[in-house]
Design a protein around this ligand. Structure first.
Ligand code: ATP
Length: 227
């Protein structure tokens, strides 16, 4: 890997991975490949804020992601959060990754729904010490919303000289508004449809649908218990 190129980390539950996640990772790579080498999915092991009993096993979520991205060499997976027993705190994950790569620029990719929730994350407002952000709209969310939100999170944030959608945050990082075609798929809806016996064709890659069928009894036990 070239030393000066960055890495996009894309954290989430991926319970299950769906086309919204996969398309977003591809769009990020295509938009930023002059600055980055790869987009890495970082599935959480234990989500600090979501119902743990509804989460498919870490290994199964990783297996599904792997099957989806096998043919896409610019995408990868980090299993770092599966190597710890505690809840998967993004701050700690990025701090650990930072030790492995002291000089690589990091970009944390997240939807505007999660960006708004940063104050509720463990050391969420300190994340700019460790990473830049790429913020993608989820639902109706404009560049003006992004700018207002960034000022709310970090009142002293300012615009870079490059463009309005790229803001400097005190502590180090930049927050970049990443406007890309949005797919309004969510994993909750995929789970609800699957549990109701409805089709999830074209909402998830076929590898995910096949994997869910292969593990049907186990998946049903988990999702029926706590979708
Ligand atoms: P759930 O419905 O279980 O809450 P989800 O579909 O939101 O799941 P996550 O794994 O929680 O998926 O999402 C990981 C990250 O991907 C979050 O930052 C989220 O905002 C973003 N994301 C998820 N789906 C989309 C989508 N369709 N378009 C853009 N961003 C998305």
């Amino acid at each position: 890997m070239k030393q000066n190129k960055g890495i996009v980390f894309f954290g989430g539950s991926f319970n299950p991975p769906h086309i919204g996640h996969l398309r977003l990772a591809i769009e990020a790579w295509e938009a930023f490949n002059a600055e980055i080498d790869r987009v890495i999915f970082v599935p959480c092991a234990l989500h600090p804020q979501k119902n743990p009993s509804a989460l498919l096993p870490f290994s199964l979520r990783c297996e599904m992601l792997e099957a989806c991205i096998r043919h896409l060499p610019f995408l990868g997976i980090s299993t770092i959060e599966g190597e710890r027993d505690e809840p998967s705190y993004t701050y700690e994950t990025l701090a650990a990754l930072r030790l492995q790569r002291p000089v690589t620029p990091f970009y944390f990719l997240l939807g505007s729904d999660d960006y708004e929730q940063l104050p509720t994350w463990y050391r969420g407002l300190e994340l700019p010490r460790l990473t830049n952000f790429l913020v993608v709209p989820r639902g109706v969310y404009t560049e003006s919303d992004f700018i207002a939100q960034t000022h709310l999170l970090w009142p002293e944030a300012g615009h870079t000289t490059v463009d309005r959608g790229r803001m400097c945050i005190q502590g180090g990082g930049e927050a970049v508004f990443f406007q890309t075609p949005s797919l309004s798929v969510r994993a909750t809806d995929v789970r609800n449809r699957w549990c109701a016996g409805r089709s999830i064709d074209f909402l998830v890659p076929s590898a995910v649908r096949e994997s869910l069928s292969r593990h049907e009894a186990r998946v049903r036990e988990i999702w029926d218990g706590g979708v």
